[in-house]
Design a protein around this ligand. Structure first.
Ligand code: FES
Length: 160
């Protein structure tokens, strides 16, 4: 009979364990460890934060404090549709902030947040290389250009 142990191995957990072992006992490693953990899982769950705290022997309050302080860290999974609003220079001067505000108001979330139904996540990004179409928004990688705040509702509808 074949061993089924392999089915139980979670490659993400193995990777996290490797990272934690590599950083164990070193100082000032919390932020890079959290960055790598987020790269693996896409966000930082309670379990991951607890594990980081345990393995690196850093008090849970400190780990949680750092994870909540820096906006680069996400404590919840990303939504099904990822809306990236460009606020690079070209988009900014052509009204990117108004477009951002329209998305925030329609969805009821801010940069780095996800709607409670898990449908949309909102992120502010720097130039995505489509300056000629500024202001632009990328949704799941599809670029929407020359946006105005009054068509934001229409765009969101397409992803519902
Ligand atoms: S600044 Fe927005 S695409 Fe370049």
């Amino acid at each position: 009979m074949g061993c089924s142990c392999q089915e139980l191995i979670d490659p993400k957990e193995v990777r996290l364990d490797e990272i934690l072992s590599a950083y164990q006992g070193k100082r000032g490693v919390l932020i890079p460890v959290l960055q790598e953990a987020q790269e693996i899982y896409g966000y930082l769950s309670q379990e991951v934060l607890q594990k980081v705290s345990r393995k690196l022997r850093i008090p849970p309050a400190e780990v949680y404090g750092v994870a909540t302080f820096y906006s680069q860290f996400r404590l919840n999974p990303m939504g099904r549709h990822i809306i990236q609003i460009c606020l690079g220079t070209a988009c900014h001067v052509r009204g990117g902030a108004k477009v951002l505000k329209a998305f925030e108001e329609k969805l009821g979330i801010k940069d780095g947040q996800t709607t409670s139904d898990g449908r949309f996540s909102l992120e502010i990004v720097a130039c995505i290389g489509a300056c000629g179409l500024a202001p632009v928004v990328s949704i799941n990688g599809d670029v929407h250009g020359r946006l105005t705040s009054d068509i934001v509702g229409e765009i969101i509808e397409k992803y519902i």
